[in-house]
Design a protein around this ligand. Structure first.
Ligand code: BGC
Length: 727
C-alpha cells in the first residue's frame, strides 16, 4: 500500500497540471482517446492491479475455493460478485471510485449462466428449441436481473462444442454441433448486450472457454485435448467467430492443454487468431486459477513464469491465480515483459469498462428485489423456453393423455425442486421452482393425481417400490419422473457411465409389470444411455433441467395443450462404449458390416436432430430458386406440410454434404442453417435456405483458409436429398 502511495505521488507530479477534468473522464471524447489518456496517467502498480480479478461475497462455485471478502485494494480491476443486491457492490465500488487515485471503477463479474435469480432451461436444452430468438429474449431478461443486482459482466455463453457426454460440462453449452453453438452463442450475446452495454438492462458477455475445452480426453474435466488444426478451425473455433461477430466484448481462456500448448498460454489461439486475424479488441480473462495451472500442466516451472507466459500469449486478466498481482511489476521492471505487453492488456480492460459506461455510472441503482425478479414477462419466457426445448423421444400412442381419471406420479424427479434447477442455479432457491407434480395437478383438474416417490435419484434403496407399484396398479397411467441430480452434470462432474442408476431402471421394470402405460420423463444435464428405458416406456419426454418454470410446460405436453417441438442438439448413444458419437463424423474407409461394433449396434439410440411431435410433417422435394452456382448466393426452398390434425411448430434443419474433397475429407454432412416456424394443421409452409457459397459450402484448411471445390454437393433437409453440380 505504501508503494502505491509513493508511486501515486510521483505519477501525480508528472501529470501536467490542468484546470479542466481529465480527458478520460469526459464521456464526449472517443473511447480510444479516453483509454490512452487514462493509460498515460497510470503508474506501473496501478496498471498491474487492473489486470486482476478477486472475489467478493460468498463463493457459490464449489469447484473454486476462494478467499473470503478481505481488504480488497481500491485499485483492483475486477471482482466476481457473489451477491444479489446492489448494496455490497456499491460499497465496494465506492472504495474504487473514491479511494483509488484515478477513480477507476471495478467491473463486477458473475456466472449468470442460464438465469440469475430465476433459472431457465439449461443451455443444452435451450438448443433443442432451435429457437434462437427465444434464447435471445431469455438472455435479455437474465441480463436485466443481473445488472440491476450489481453484475456488469456474465461469464456466459459457453460455446464449447461437446461430443462426449461423460464430460459433465456438456450441459452448459449448446450441444455437439459447431454451427448451432455459434447461432445460440450469438443469440445469447445479442440478448445479454442488446440493450446497449451502458444500459441497466445489459451485461457484457464472455465467450468461454476459449478454446477446445469440450474435447477433454475421455470426458474427464480439465485434462489434455488433442485437436488437429483442421478440427480446431472447423469444429471448435466457428462458434467463437460467430459470437464475436454478434459483438461479444470478452472471452475466457480455457483450462485445457491444446495438443501441447495450454489454452491459457496459447499465443496461436489467443493472439494470432483472435487479435491478429479476427481483430478482436476486447478483454480476455483467464479461467479461475488457469494461470497457476500452467505449472500443474507442466508448461511452466513456477507461477512467475506462468504469469509471464500467459500475459505474453494474450491473457489480459488473471482470475484468482494471484500471479499477475505478485509478479507482473517485477517482470516489467526487469524487462522480461515489455511495457507494451502490459499496456495492451490494460487497454483491453479499460475499453470494456468504458463500453459499460462504468466511469459515468459506477453504481447500481438500489431497487427492491420485486422490481427486478420474477417479472411476468420473464416467467412467460421461462415457460415458453422450457416447452420448446423438451423433446418427445418416444410415443407408442399413450400421449397426449386422454380420458385418464387416475394419474400416478412417481419417481425421484417428480417433486424435486433442487434438481430441476440445473448446475449453475445462481441465486435461485428450491422453493422458487415449480415442481412437475404441481404442474400435473393443475393441468388435470378433473383427475385424481396421486404421488409416491418410489426411490430417490441414486436409487440404492428399494423400500419405496411397493408403495409406488401399488399406486400404479390403482391408476390409469403412470408418469415416472427419472433422471440425474443437478450436481451430476456441470463442472468437475465427469462420469464413466452415462446410464441412469440401476435402481431407477428397476423401478421402471416394476411399474411396467403392472400392465399400466408408463410415461417416462427425463431430467438430466447430458445425453444418456437409456436403451432399457426406451424398451420399457410407452412414451419418453426429455425435459433437461428446465428451471423455475418447467412444470406447466411438461404438463402441457402430457395433456396435449402443447405440441412438442424440441429436437435433440446432441446424439444419445446406444451405449457409453460408442462415445464419441456425433452426427458430423468423417466417412470410414470400409462400408457395410466392416468397421462397426461386433457386440452392439453402431447406431445411436436417438440421433442428433431427432424429436417427435403430435402431428406429422411431410417434406416436399427441395428445389433451387433460379440458378445454383458457386459464384453467387442462391436459394433452396422446401415445402413442409403439417399432415396431422394438430397445429405445431417445426424446426427445419438444413445440412450440406460435399462428398469428395481433394484438400481434406469432410464430415458426412454439416448443419448450415435452421429455422423453426409454426405450421397449422393441414397447412403448408415454405422454408428457405439462402445459400452463400462463400460461407456455407466450403471448408477451412489447417491455416484457417476457406476453400470450396467445384463439383457434386448435396443439400439435405428432412428425409430429402437435393444433389447439385456446382461450378
Ligand atoms: C469455471 C468457469 C467459471 C469460473 C468462475 C471456473 O471454474 O470453469 O466456467 O466462469 O470458474 O466461476
Amino acid at each position: 500500500m505504501k508503494k502505491f502511495l509513493l508511486t501515486g505521488l510521483i505519477a501525480l507530479c508528472l501529470v501536467p497540471v490542468s484546470t479542466g477534468k481529465p480527458a478520460y473522464k469526459n464521456p464526449r471524447l472517443p473511447e480510444e482517446k479516453r483509454v490512452e489518456d487514462l493509460l498515460s496517467r497510470m503508474t506501473l502498480a496501478e496498471k498491474v492491479m487492473q489486470l486482476n480479478q478477486y472475489t467478493l461475497g460468498r463463493n457459490d462455485n464449489v469447484n473454486n475455493i476462494g478467499e473470503v471478502v478481505g481488504n480488497l485494494p481500491a485499485e483492483l480491476g475486477s471482482v466476481i460478485y457473489f451477491g444479489s443486491d446492489p448494496v455490497l457492490r456499491n460499497a465496494m465500488q465506492k472504495r474504487a471510485m473514491e479511494e483509488s487515485r484515478l477513480g477507476i471503477p471495478l467491473i463486477f463479474g458473475y456466472d449468470d449462466i442460464h438465469g440469475f435469480k430465476k433459472v431457465y432451461q439449461i443451455s443444452l436444452g435451450q438448443a433443442c428449441s432451435w429457437n434462437p430468438a427465444l434464447v435471445e429474449r431469455m438472455c435479455a431478461h437474465s441480463a436485466r436481473e443481473a445488472r440491476r443486482s450489481g453484475v456488469d459482466w456474465t461469464f456466459s455463453p459457453m460455446i464449447d462444442v461437446a461430443r462426449d457426454p461423460r464430460w459433465g460440462r456438456m450441459s452448459e453449452g449448446y450441444g455437439e454441433d459447431p454451427y448451432a453453438n455459434g447461432i445460440f452463442g450469438a443469440a445469447s450475446v445479442r440478448g445479454y448486450q442488446g440493450a446497449g452495454l451502458s444500459s441497466q438492462d445489459a451485461v457484457a458477455a464472455c465467450l468461454k472457454h476459449y478454446v477446445g475445452y469440450g474435447a477433454s480426453e475421455a470426458g474427464r474435466d480439465y485434462v489434455y485435448t488433442e485437436i488437429s488444426r483442421p478440427t480446431l478451425w472447423n469444429v471448435y473455433l466457428p462458434p467463437y467467430r460467430m459470437s464475436l461477430e454478434a459483438g461479444a466484448v470478452s472471452l475466457m481462456s480455457s483450462f485445457n492443454d491444446i495438443s501441447g500448448v495450454p489454452g491459457s498460454a496459447n499465443r496461436y489461439t489467443l493472439t494470432e487468431i483472435l487479435r491478429d486475424t479476427w481483430g478482436f479488441d476486447g478483454l480476455m480473462v483467464s479461467d479461475w486459477d488457469a494461470v497457476r495451472q500452467l505449472v500443474n500442466q507442466g508448461y511452466c516451472k513456477d507461477l512467475r513464469t506462468a504469469s509471464a507466459t500467459a500475459i505474453k500469449a494474450g491473457v489480459d486478466m488473471d482470475m484468482m491465480s494471484h500471479g499477475y498481482d505478485t509478479f507482473l511489476e517485477e517482470l516489467v521492471e526487469s524487462g522480461e515483459i515489455p511495457g507494451s505487453v502490459l499496456d495492451e492488456a490494460v487497454r483491453r480492460v479499460l475499453r470494456v469498462k468504458f463500453r459499460l459506461g462504468l466511469f459515468e455510472h459506477p453504481y447500481t441503482p438500489e431497487s427492491q428485489p420485486q422490481e427486478r425478479f420474477f417479472l411476468p414477462e420473464a416467467m412467460q419466457t421461462a415457460g415458453e423456453l422450457a416447452a420448446e426445448s423438451m423433446v418427445l423421444l418416444k410415443n407408442d400412442g399413450v400421449l397426449p393423455l386422454r380420458g385418464v381419471t387416475r394419474i400416478a406420479v412417481v419417481g425421484p424427479l417428480a417433486k424435486n425442486p433442487s434438481d430441476l434447477r440445473g448446475n449453475w442455479h445462481a441465486h435461485t432457491q428450491p422453493e422458487e421452482v415449480d415442481v412437475f407434480l404441481d404442474g400435473i395437478v393443475r393441468e388435470f383438474p378433473e383427475a385424481q393425481v396421486r404421488y409416491a416417490q418410489g426411490c430417490d435419484v441414486p436409487a440404492e434403496s428399494r423400500d419405496g417400490f411397493a408403495e409406488a407399484v401399488a399406486l400404479a396398479r390403482d391408476s390409469d397411467v403412470v408418469i415416472y419422473c427419472m433422471g440425474e441430480m443437478q450436481n451430476w452434470s456441470g463442472e468437475n462432474t465427469s462420469r464413466s457411465s452415462i446410464a441412469l442408476p440401476r435402481g431407477q431402471e428397476a423401478l421402471l421394470e416394476a411399474l411396467k409389470a403392472t400392465g399400466k402405460p408408463v410415461v417416462v420423463t427425463l431430467t438430466n444435464g447430458r445425453a444418456l444411455e437409456i436403451p432399457r428405458v426406451d424398451e420399457l416406456a410407452d412414451a419418453i419426454v426429455e425435459t433437461w433441467q428446465p428451471g423455475v418454470n418447467g412444470a406447466s410446460a411438461l404438463a402441457g405436453i402430457l395433456s396435449g395443450r402443447i405440441n412438442p417441438s424440441g429436437k435433440l442438439s446432441v446424439t444419445f448413444p446406444w451405449a457409453t462404449g460408442q462415445i464419441p458419437i456425433y452426427y458430423d463424423r468423417h466417412k470410414s474407409g470400409r462400408r457395410g458390416t466392416q468397421g462397426v461394433y461386433k457386440d452392439i449396434t453402431s447406431d445411436p439410440l436417438y440421433a442428433f436432430g431427432y424429436g417427435l411431435s403430435y402431428t406429422q410433417y411431410v417434406y416436399g422435394e427441395p428445389r433451387v430458386v433460379g440458378t445454383a452456382s458457386l459464384s453467387r448466393p442462391f436459394t433452396v426452398e422446401v415445402d413442409v406440410c403439417n399432415a396431422g390434425e394438430v397445429d405445431g411448430k417445426e424446426a427445419v434443419l438444413w445440412f450440406v454434404s460435399d462428398p469428395y474433397c481433394s484438400v481434406l475429407t469432410r464430415p458426412e454432412r454439416e448443419l448450415k442453417y435452421f429455422e423453426k416456424k409454426p405450421i397449422a394443421a393441414g397447412a403448408v409452409e415454405t422454408f428457405r435456405f439462402e445459400v452463400d457459397p462463400a460461407r456455407d459450402l466450403g471448408y477451412l484448411d489447417a491455416q484457417g483458409r476457406y476453400f470450396v471445390e467445384p463439383g457434386e454437393f448435396h443439400i439435405l433437409v428432412g428425409d430429402k436429398d437435393l444433389k447439385l453440380d456446382l461450378r
